[in-house]
Design a protein around this ligand. Structure first.
Ligand SMILES: Cc1cc2nc3c(=O)[nH]c(=O)nc-3n(C[C@H](O)[C@H](O)[C@H](O)COP(=O)(O)O)c2cc1C
Length: 170
């Protein structure tokens, strides 16, 4: 069952759930994937509702996003899905199909060709309107040392939110 919500009404809950992690879903050419993100959130940019996500360029998700420019975000609300978060936050599409391994139910998105996760309660569908890869030289040294020494750089994706809703599997 779908319940319509206002685009900003659950923004605080999204930030709260970023702590343990939320699911960033992507899809291109018949291949679906999900990974965990802990950074980003809902913002207003150019007067539009934007879901900002940061994805390192060594993620399989990055390759899919670069080709499709659409994504969905599924936020666990009632069920914390700890085991699935542990797996989807450490294993890659290159290892195995995480939906299958974690018994996560793929439900087709309503406005973008990317699935949402049925076991999560809250969902956003997004189209990338802008992206920017962080410039290593512009990052303060302490942050750079901690997050980018021998590690892939993030690209920041600005996904315009084109749909948002609560979903409960029947
Ligand atoms: C709590 C948590 C938060 C994470 N946040 C991010 C993030 O914001 N951006 C990112 O690129 N990776 C993040 N990761 C790591 C990815 O989820 C992980 O590398 C994943 O295996 C990538 O999958 P993929 O290669 O199939 O895209 C996070 C992991 C955890 C456990």
């Amino acid at each position: 069952m779908v319940r319509e919500i206002d685009v900003f009404s659950h923004a605080g809950l999204v930030l709260e759930k970023m702590g343990p992690g939320v699911f960033l879903n992507s899809s291109f050419d018949g291949v679906d994937n999900t990974m965990i993100i802990g950074w980003g959130g809902i913002q207003i940019v150019w007067g539009r509702p934007i879901f900002v996500v940061l994805v390192r360029d060594n993620r399989a998700t990055y390759s899919l996003l670069e080709q499709s420019k659409v994504f969905t975000v599924s936020v666990p609300t009632n069920n914390p899905l700890k085991q699935a978060i542990a797996i989807c936050g450490t294993k890659s599409l290159r290892d195995f199909d995480k939906f299958e391994r974690c018994s996560l139910t793929k439900i087709p998105g309503r406005k973008v060709p990317v699935p949402i996760i049925g076991e999560c309660g809250l969902h956003y569908e997004c189209k990338v309107v802008y992206q920017q890869t962080l410039s290593r030289g512009d990052i303060p040294e302490g942050i750079s040392r901690r997050y980018y020494d021998n590690n892939a750089i993030h690209t920041v994706y600005y996904g315009e939110i084109v749909d948002q809703y609560l979903y409960e599997m029947e």
